[in-house]
Write a protein that binds this ligand. Sequence first.
Ligand SMILES: N[C@@H](CCC(=O)N[C@@H](CS)C(=O)NCC(=O)O)C(=O)O
Length: 200
Amino acid sequence: MILYYAPGGCSLADHIALIETGLPYKLVRVHRGKRTEDGRDFMTINPKGFIPALEMDDGNVLTENLTILVYIAHQAGALLPKVGLDHWRALEATSFMTTELHTNFRPFFHLDPPAEKEKARKLLVKHFATIAEQLGDRPFLVGDRMTIADPYLVVMLMWADKNAIEVPVRLSHYLARMKTIPSVAKAIADEAREAERAPN
Ligand SMILES: N[C@@H](CCC(=O)N[C@@H](CS)C(=O)NCC(=O)O)C(=O)O
């Protein structure tokens, strides 16, 4: 499998999931200007222009973060309980992150006017409070093991930190704890090293 990614982007969730599951993978970085590190036009790989994109072993390319995470979980038989309420709760939580959290970070990346950022900030604060409530005192967002919702939440919390968006202390502790998990620590370190090696 090949993961098309950008350091620190939402594709970090998939990178963590790939390491956590132990599936073999290769990374191909997509630079600003939509060029891959090996010089291809990324628009020919994902015409929507978004990372992440996942090239499966048969050459087909999957897009949309939620779908890619579910695909990785299916391939590995991990990170998504197969049956029961936790299966649906993990999908529910990951869907909430793509539609309500991720989307509201867009004004921060696109340098939108301050009023737009303020509106988004308020929504993010509200949504992080909902997630903190759901997390309670448990180590992972759903059930007692890591699911696809956790790598995504790690990315959302790292973005919150970067953009000075205050999150409940329970989520700060959660992020600190998640960063000590080897798969999470490795993916973050590998991407930070790559960003430092070749800034965009
Ligand atoms: N709908 C896509 C959105 C992914 C997305 O927003 N990716 C961002 C990086 S985190 C991106 O590629 N932005 C490039 C752009 O907006 O041109 C998904 O859920 O995977």
